[in-house]
Design a protein around this ligand. Structure first.
Ligand SMILES: [Zn+2]
Length: 405
């Protein structure tokens, strides 16, 4: 072999190496899951096995035993392959297994679990559509997503209801976001909200400006040692899927509200507020279909629209990452301000650390070779209403800011 051919072979090898991690999940993912299901209907991807609590799997297995129909569950980390298959994975898996039942693929990204499910019945059997059972389940959107079992167990219960008509049991208290449990705005909430709206845009802008002056004093270097180097980069496509899914859920919630006759004044207000947020979410998706900040903003607004339309209390997002659970805890951030944070981020802050937060490419990095991920709140607020308002966590005027752009 000539030296040139040896060199060419070596270069080919080197060129191939960086592509390997992205290919780790190529089309054999459905084959791997299907193979695992031949021995166990709960398949946990090997990348998740070291950290998967046994209690989560035990709950899923208990739910499977009382489901009354075959259940197949796969727990997988987000991957480039899932981008292409997306919501079709349960169908691909059913094609390989060939048995009726409910097929559930639970995907984890960051700390955020979401599941895709499809119900396949034996020929001729009548019953309800899983999708419509889920749409009617008022508690569905209140289920916490930082652990896999709560959503998977609920999906199994919804499939049983769709399959044999049994009533849906109530969601256990521990599976619900603490702030969600009470439906509807109390009089006090309503007064608070009116007072808050009455602050006026000027005051809100001033507040946001103070906050960002405060935030920007943080040196990125101070945080570097807190970031794990193996954090997966957030993928815009994943957020886009979540946002579009949530927009559909908000549309269904609004359709239910629209159908009600004799709406109270409060319900009419909720309807207007929900449409305002939903319209802004749609605008963001239509105007910037491939932008991570826009998709995350749309997700937050659609999530709020769905809650408001369902009569639940409006919740700000987690300031640090709008993809987290809502910001149900006020936490001190530097000296100047308090921001709403999810439970996880609040715990991180209590330990004196800075949550990793939603990270995006810095502007400078996009042009130069030195691409760098930075927390979104270090971007210039004047360039994006999502940054300026912390996705609505700092000031609840994101829909208005999107409408005037
Ligand atoms: Zn958070």
């Amino acid at each position: 072999m000539s030296a040139a051919r040896l060199l060419a072979a070596l270069l080919a090898t080197l060129a191939f190496v960086p592509a390997l991690p992205a290919q780790a999940d190529t089309p054999e993912l459905p084959d791997r899951i299907a193979a695992a299901w031949r021995t166990d209907h709960v398949s946990v991807d090997e990348r998740l096995q070291p950290t998967m609590p046994a209690s989560e799997l035990a709950r899923i297995r208990t739910a499977i035993r009382s489901a009354g129909l075959p259940v197949y569950v796969a727990l997988v980390p987000q991957s480039p392959y899932l981008r292409a298959s997306g919501y079709d994975l349960p169908t691909l898996l059913h094609a390989r297994i060939g048995e009726p039942g409910v097929y559930i693929v639970a995907v984890v990204y960051d700390n955020y679990w979401s599941d895709n499910a499809a119900l396949f019945r034996p020929a001729g059997l009548r019953g309800r559509d899983l999708y419509s059972v889920r749409a009617d389940d008022k508690q569905d959107s209140d289920i916490i997503d930082e652990r896999p079992a709560p959503q998977i167990v609920r999906t199994i219960q919804q499939a049983s209801t769709a399959y044999d008509g049994r009533p849906l049991p109530p969601v256990p208290h521990g599976d619900l976001d603490p702030q969600h449990s009470d439906g509807g705005l109390s009089v006090t909430d309503k007064e608070n909200r009116s007072a808050y709206v009455g602050i006026g845009v000027g005051a809100v802008l001033g507040f946001a400006l103070v906050l960002f002056l405060g935030l920007r004093r943080r040196r990125p270097g101070k945080q570097t040692n807190l970031h794990r180097s193996d954090d997966p980069p957030i993928e815009a496509w994943y957020v886009e899927l979540k946002a579009d899914d949530k927009i559909k859920q908000a549309e269904r919630a609004l359709a239910r509200l629209d159908k009600r006759t004799n709406k109270t004044t409060q319900q009419l207000d909720q309807r207007d507020d929900a449409y305002r947020r939903l319209d802004a979410a749609r605008t963001l998706r239509a105007d910037q279909p491939e932008d991570l900040l826009a998709a995350a903003g749309a997700l937050v607004l659609a999530r709020q629209a769905e809650r408001v339309a369902s009569g639940a209390e409006l919740q700000p997002p987690c300031f640090f990452d709008p993809l987290h659970n809502p910001g149900t805890t006020q936490v001190g951030w530097e000296d100047e301000v308090e921001v709403p944070a999810c439970q996880n981020c609040a715990n991180v802050l209590r330990r004196g650390r800075t949550p990793i937060g939603l990270r995006v490419w810095s502007k400078a990095g996009l042009l130069g070779h030195d691409r760098k991920k930075v927390p979104y709140w270090t971007l210039a607020p004047e360039d994006s209403p999502m940054v300026a308002t912390g996705f609505g966590a700092l000031s609840d005027d994101l829909p208005e800011r999107i409408a005037v752009r």
